[in-house]
Design a binder for this molecule. Structure first.
Ligand SMILES: NC(=O)c1ccc[n+]([C@@H]2O[C@H](COP(=O)([O-])OP(=O)(O)OC[C@H]3O[C@@H](n4cnc5c(N)ncnc54)[C@H](OP(=O)(O)O)[C@@H]3O)[C@@H](O)[C@H]2O)c1
Length: 257
């Protein structure tokens, strides 16, 4: 039985990494997609790839999760397109730099908190309202992180943002209790995506060093966990999946070279 066929999934940050792989994985299950990000050229490219391979509808739309009006316009457009949202994947997120608190910059801290915390709240607000009205409810899946469970030097604000997201996930689950709405957190360790390139301001050599000599997770690995959580029967809520590379035990990375 395919529980995801003909469902409608909204994915933020679908232009790269985990979001893109999740779009492909949901499409393979027959889920129709609404993809949002700032780089709409990339979104349209991914949408075209999906349409050529899978029999699903794919809608793309600009969204900047740091702008309330942009988020409202995105969700309004999704509702006009599909009239329903079954799954929300709050995936947009980023880390900027590895500065200590002593060396940190206001603009990096603000952007991380605005994207990873406020962004998730801005997107969740209109979607959870809709899910509360829908007799069939829905499923909200947040991209947390190992950084939401531990802290490390140089990761203060990124870790703080993912700790905050953990609190928001737990809060929303309790606020919708009694309704057919599920709330899940997917919490990965090191995943090789564009995440480190963004973190190091486009320095791909420095980014590559993060994964050197070890075997990191891939976006596909995380997408498989997301689809697993989303495809459980309605009475099953996967609260969280904490997933690390075999080469990574909490923060200690095993390097083979
Ligand atoms: N990679 C890891 O090791 C790792 C580990 C744990 C958790 N995570 C989490 O996984 C999620 C996805 O990260 P990733 O690894 O796939 O990184 P990625 O390849 O850099 O993708 C990040 C996505 O977020 C989007 N995004 C960033 N700022 C945005 C904004 N203001 N508005 C809308 N979209 C925005 C980007 O799209 P545009 O730039 O096109 O807008 C991009 O599609 C993040 O929440 C991250 O914190 C990653």
């Amino acid at each position: 039985m395919n529980r995801l066929r003909n469902k409608i999934a909204v994915i933020t940050g679908a232009s790269a990494g985990i979001g893109k792989e999740s779009a492909l994985a949901f499409a393979a299950e027959g889920t129709h997609l609404a993809l949002g990000a700032r780089r709409t050229d990339r979104l349209e490219h991914i949408a075209q790839e999906i349409r050529e391979t899978f029999q699903v509808r794919v809608f793309t739309h600009f969204v900047d999760v740091c702008q309330t009006e942009s988020v409202e316009a995105f969700i309004t457009a999704v509702r006009q397109e599909f009239n329903r949202i079954d799954i929300l994947l709050n995936n947009s997120g980023l880390a900027l730099g590895v500065s200590t608190v002593a060396e940190g910059r206001d603009e990096d801290w603000s952007t991380m908190l605005d994207t990873n915390v406020m962004g998730v709240l801005r997107v969740t607000r209109p979607v959870v309202r809709l899910m509360m009205e829908q007799p069939e409810g829905g499923h909200i899946i947040n991209l947390g992180s190992l950084a939401g469970h531990v802290a490390y030097p140089g990761g203060s604000v990124y870790c703080a943002s993912k700790h905050a997201l953990k609190a928001i996930t737990e809060t929303v689950r309790q606020e919708v209790h009694g309704l057919p709405i599920r709330v899940t957190s997917i919490d990965p360790g090191l995943v090789e995506t564009e995440f480190s390139v963004v973190r190091f301001a486009g320095n791909s050599d420095r980014a590559a060093k993060v994964y050197e000599g070890m075997n990191p997770l891939t976006g596909r690995d995380i997408a498989e966990c997301i689809v697993f959580a989303a495809s459980r029967p309605p009475h099953v809520n996967i609260d969280k999946i904490l997933i690390n590379p075999t080469d990574q035990a909490v923060l200690k990375v095993h390097r083979r070279t």
